[in-house]
Design a protein around this ligand. Sequence first.
Ligand code: BGC
Length: 752
Amino acid sequence: MKKLVNLTLLGAALLTGGYMLAEETARPIYLDESKPLEERVEDALSRMTLAEKVGIIHAQSKFSSPGVQRLGIPGIWCTDGPHGIRPDVLWDEWEQAGATNDSCVAFPALTCLAATWNPDMALLYGKSIGEEARYRNKNVLLGPGVNIYRTPLNGRNFEYMGEDPLLASRIVVPYVKGVQENGVAACVKHYALNNQEVDRDHVDVRVDDRTLHEIYLPAFKAAVIDGGAWSIMPGYNKYDGEHACENHTLLLDILKGDWGFDGVTISDWGAVHNTEKVASNGLDMEFGSWTNGLNWGASNAYDDYYLAKPYQKLLEEGKLPIADLDDKARRVLRLIMRTEMDRNRPYGSLNSDEHYDAARRIGGEGIVLLKNEDNLLPLLSDKVKKVLVVGENAIKMMTVGGGSSSLKVQRETLPLDGIRKLAAEKGIEVVYERGYVGDVTGEYNGVTTGQDLNDSRSPEQLIADAVKAAREADAVIFIGGLNKSDHQDAEGVDRRQYSLPYGQDDVISALANANPNLIVMGLTGNAYAMPWLDKVPAVVQGWYIGSEAGNALADVVFGDVNPSGKLPMTFAVALEDYAPHAAADQEMYPGKDGIVKYKEGLGVGYRHTDRLKPSRVNFPFGHGLSYTSFKLGKPGITQNGDSVTLRVPVTNTGKRAGSEVVQVYVSDRKSSVERPEKELKGFAKVSVEPGETVEAVIKLGKEAFAFYDPNSNLWTVEPGDFELLVGNSSRNITSRNRITLHDSITWSDAVK
Ligand code: BGC
């Protein structure tokens, strides 16, 4: 019997990362996986000293926290997130650890994932990146990001899921579930209102309650309530005068109160500023502080973290309640048991064929065909023999750069290489011209691309050479956009202008004059100005696709993949067409005296631009073309109390199979409060063979008709008529359907 017990303990020690248990004779409850989670957590907590509890709620290195060695409880290892598993850095430095086994698959940026409008792709994404995290022995993946796209200048929009709370909610939930199936916690960030990088550490956001609940919180709420997220990252910014990490309203009232979040709040790196405030207002773990309380930039300052010795002292002096510490420690233990101490979790895998395949599929499905006059695309060998590719983004690795989502990849297929390869298979010749020089540095945080992108030609010469080649080609593909360099889609800094940098507009215009068959591919995480749009017959939004960028783009160019992506944000004509910039009011962006006021309220994205003249929008939210054509029929509508089901017949009227996203917007013009003209409340993506008709089924619950009443803090549905607008973009509505709701309904977010 004794032997058996010892074997169990040995097993436990192995499972807990190799720590040997001290002096235990019977298997303790916290190590017994047959016992309920909460019982195990309480048992572990009851065995811990105060110092041990304080020990597990703050970092011990750049990305890890200690467990409780004495009890065989392992620590936590975090990793960025959200597009791939970040390479390891040194213990207390941002420099690379120099490991040779930390290269990964870079999955498409979250904007691209959102553009698939396909929750199945989000599940595949979460599952795949979760497997990579698990294989690398990371317990917490710092992602996904779900901050709403308020301004196209935000440098981190590429890491988020667009401008609409419903779309972001539908995409984040399967992502989180897919990650967590691997015994890896998703850490949804940056909670909340981190919608710009300018002054991100301190900017104080002022937003009305209704907008907060209707626009900026739903994706977080969905991640917690429907996705069951095990951790959340409060951001750097302030809300209503308090930093997010010490924000009573956001953390205690809403997240842990109303939504019943039982996971861990993990501070953004260096986002903690005050012991008492974070200790009392719902922050559970502190990471990335870089001070010993006196000096900024202090090394190995972990014991001096706000939630380390300074906290312990206040607890020992009886100045702060032990109950708060217990709550934090309990949550951290729960996280450890859900991840590292889950003996049944899978082993994960890294750089597998399945992961590359997932990256290529998601990329292909997220690419958006914005414009395609005279069916210029796809390029087929019976029409084109020679294609000219122009642009720096065709040859530049873009998995390196942009901030904390920067990766060290095992491989990255560049757009030019992907296009060349597939073109060769189809008997099409490809030639290349640079066109412009952007940023040739190719380094981030010690990872270098190894590419030499220097070119000494003058801008005029580069254009002249490209134009000459364009005249000799059957079609031209310009591949440019932004590039994750500072101010061009990067963490810590916003863009400075809405237009493309490096004189790209001049290159595009010159190419348009030289060859009528011009395709512009924008690789960006943001919308941008297109002053040449009238002269360019085809435009593709290609995002940052990661390891499989070249292959996914080539699949669409040559028609191996029929595009089905839809914009998750509005592409307006000019910056002032976005509400925060409409009045050139500094208080609205980037803020004045440290405060930014979201005076536009609900007027975010299409909720504002749909009120403008159509000519102010180049491509609306939800827009995306296909190589086939679809007809949306009249929906069948059934009503059951406060829920409504629409069955929309989708007919493929073209010649090849394709997928269409049917979108349902709800409009409630007669209301006691002002409401947006229409809001996305449901969608479904369906695949349809040529000549076939498939029904898209979209269910709307009571939430689809509600607004948040800030006076009562209740979601409120007022009885009366509503219009259900069915279409395939916010601006292309194919049918308007009236329904009547008879009951007035209210409910609160608070979990019972
Ligand atoms: C970023 C987070 C990231 C963290 C750790 C911060 O600067 O805002 O998104 O997860 O660093 O790298």
